[in-house]
Design a protein around this ligand. Structure first.
Ligand code: ZN
Length: 326
C-alpha cells in the first residue's frame, strides 16, 4: 500500500468536505431494567414514538428499542437495551450524565402537570443561559431535562393527551460530565468539528453543523463528583450524525491518524456505525444519516413488529421466545 498516496487522497477529501460533516446528535443509547416500564415511560408518559423494535445484535436475547419522532429522525432517537436483572447504575462523571429534550417555550407548565399526573417527580423550572428547564428521571434513574425554547421548528410525535404544540421535538443537547472537561473539549473541537457557543465557569456549550437544538453538547466540569457506575439508567454511548459512509470513512482515517482507535464499520441496518472512546472516557459513535427506519417498515407500521437483521432471521423463533413481552 502506498502510504503517501493514501495521505494525499485523504487530504484532498478533507479539503473538499471542509466543515459541516458532523450534524449534531444522531442517537443516544442507554441501559434499562424492565422492558415494560421502559416502553411505558417513553411512549405513554413522554409521548415518543416506538419507531423500531429489534434486538441487540451482539446479544440477541435482549431487546433494542428505539423511540423518537414520527420517522425516527436523527437527533430525536433514544434507544435502550433493557437487560434483565441488571443492577441500577449511578450517575456521575466520565459519562453522558443528562439527556436534554427540546419543548416549546410555553410548554413547561403542561409538562409539570403531566409529570405530576404520572407521579414522576420533577425539579424546577430553573434558568440557564436563555432557557428554562425542568429535570426528572425515568424509571431507571436516567437523568432527563426538558428545555423550553422558541428556536426549535421540529414537530414531535402525536400522542393522545399531549397537544401537538407541547410534544417533545427531539434532543436539545447531551450533557457530558467530567472532573475536568478540558481533554474532551479539545477532542470535540479538533477531531469532531464542534464550536463553542457559550460558557459559564461550570458549563461549556458547543455545537456541530448548524447552531440549533439537537446539535448541542454541554460539557460540565465537576471536580468533586465521583465517576458514574454503569448499569440501568446510565447512557451507554452517544452517536453523532455523519451524512454518508464516505464521510464516516474519512473521519475513521483522520481519527486513526491521530492515534484514536476506532472500531470497524458496523452494519446497524438503519445506519452504519463506527465507535471510539473519547479521551474523557465516554463511548462515541459516528452513525450515517441513512438508510433510516423506513428501510424495513412503512411509516404507519413503524415499530410494530420485531425486526431482525438478515443474518439472525433463521433464529427468529428462538429469539422471539426469549424476549420479554411488553
Ligand atoms: Zn448507537
Amino acid at each position: 500500500m502506498n502510504k503517501t498516496e493514501d495521505r494525499v487522497v485523504w487530504v484532498a477529501k478533507d479539503d473538499a468536505m471542509k466543515d459541516q460533516t458532523i450534524n449534531g446528535i444522531h442517537h443516544i443509547t442507554a441501559i434499562a431494567g424492565s422492558t415494560q416500564k421502559n416502553v411505558r415511560f417513553y411512549t405513554e408518559i413522554l409521548g415518543l414514538r416506538l419507531v423500531k423494535r429489534t434486538i441487540n445484535f451482539d446479544s440477541p436475547d435482549t431487546w433494542h428499542l428505539y423511540y423518537g419522532d414520527e420517522t425516527g429522525s436523527p437527533a430525536s432517537v433514544i434507544t435502550f437495551f433493557p437487560f434483565r436483572g441488571v443492577t441500577r447504575g449511578k450517575t456521575g462523571n466520565r459519562s453522558l450524565s443528562n439527556t436534554l429534550y427540546s419543548v416549546g417555550d410555553s410548554s413547561l407548565e403542561f409538562w409539570m402537570s403531566r409529570l405530576k399526573t404520572y407521579q414522576v417527580e420533577y425539579r424546577g423550572p430553573f434558568a440557564r443561559f436563555d432557557e428554562k428547564y425542568i429535570t426528572f428521571e425515568d424509571f431507571d434513574g436516567l437523568q432527563i431535562e426538558l428545555v423550553a425554547n422558541s428556536m426549535d421548528k421540529r414537530t414531535g410525535w402525536r400522542t393522545p393527551g399531549i397537544p401537538a404544540k407541547h410534544s417533545i421535538k427531539g434532543f436539545f443537547s447531551a450533557v457530558l460530565s467530567y472532573g475536568s472537561a478540558e481533554k474532551t473539549l479539545d477532542f470535540l473541537i479538533n477531531q469532531l468539528e464542534h464550536q463553542v457557543l457559550e460558557q459559564t465557569p461550570e458549563r461549556i456549550r458547543l455545537f456541530s453543523g448548524d447552531n440549533k437544538p439537537g446539535n448541542y453538547i454541554d460539557l460540565l466540569s465537576r471536580p468533586s463528583v465521583p465517576g458514574h457506575t454503569p448499569g440501568s439508567g446510565q447512557v451507554h454511548h452517544l452517536a453523532f450524525q455523519v451524512p454518508d459512509e464516505q464521510k464516516q470513512e474519512a473521519f475513521k482515517q483522520k481519527l486513526e491518524q491521530n492515534g484514536v482507535f476506532t472500531s470497524r464499520v458496523m452494519d446497524r441496518q438503519y445506519f452504519k456505525s463506527i465507535y471510539f472512546r473519547e479521551p474523557g472516557g465516554v463511548l462515541f459513535e459516528l452513525a450515517t444519516s441513512g438508510p433510516g427506519f423506513l428501510k424495513d417498515e412503512s411509516l404507519e407500521n413503524l415499530g410494530t413488529a420485531l425486526k431482525l437483521p438478515p443474518w439472525l432471521e433463521t433464529d427468529r423463533q428462538s429469539i422471539e421466545a426469549n424476549l420479554d413481552a411488553f
